[in-house]
Design a protein around this ligand. Structure first.
Ligand code: PAN
Ligand code: ZN
Length: 187
């Protein structure tokens, strides 16, 4: 970001934003309870990183971030983000895939899930009031840019407690690359 916050570089190969203002690293140990079967998994494994250029959290301002989700699985579930609703529920968001292969899950408040298959060049829209999570279903890094109102905020609580109604898993029996989106088993 330049000193006035008007320009920033984006490395299309790595997804790294030059001069980002915030960086988040999420390892399995930072995501306790988000995957269904963590048994035996290395809790230090790096699942994803976020590079954000954050404008002041004021009405009308936009922030943006790239996310790099590494390839891998915890149990049968592919590496994924925590997923969240926006604290400001009316805030929507645009996702642009820069590389890799992923799924964007979009869930209504009453648990209905839609999904978008993301590959380089796919633009996904997250409408207001919807939870959203991304999943890397490929063999390479899944990288995307997200643009969102700066005052949107993140509300992880409900997802941490209940998860999404659908999970994304690898199943050998499925023809299409083994990727299956299925109902989350009831606890
Ligand atoms: C994204 C996400 C990012 C990481 O920038 O915050 O992909 O996902 P979690 O926040 O769910 O861990 C976004 O949706 N911002 O609003
Ligand atoms: Zn969001």
């Amino acid at each position: 970001m330049d000193e006035k916050g008007l320009v920033c570089g984006l490395d299309f190969d790595t997804g790294i934003l030059t001069n980002y203002t915030d960086k988040i690293e999420r390892r399995l140990k930072d995501m306790k309870g988000f995957f269904l079967d963590e048994e035996g998994a290395d809790e230090e494994v790096l699942i994803y990183e976020v590079f954000a250029v954050s404008a002041p959290k004021e009405e009308g301002q936009l922030s943006y971030a790239t996310t790099i989700i590494y390839p891998g699985k915890i149990g049968q579930e592919f590496f994924m983000t925590k997923g969240h609703y926006h604290r400001k529920e009316g805030a929507a968001e645009v996702y642009v895939c820069l590389g890799g292969k992923g799924i964007l899950l979009i869930q209504t408040k009453d648990g209905k899930v839609s999904h978008i298959e993301m590959e380089k060049g796919t633009v996904g829209y997250v409408p207001p009031h919807h939870a959203h999570r991304t999943v890397n279903v490929g063999k390479d890094n899944f990288v995307f840019l997200a643009v969102y109102p700066s005052d949107a905020g993140h509300d992880y609580g409900e997802i941490e407690e209940k998860g999404f109604s659908k999970i994304v898993v690898e199943e050998d029996s499925v023809v299409d690359g083994g990727v299956k989106i299925k109902d989350r088993p009831k606890d």
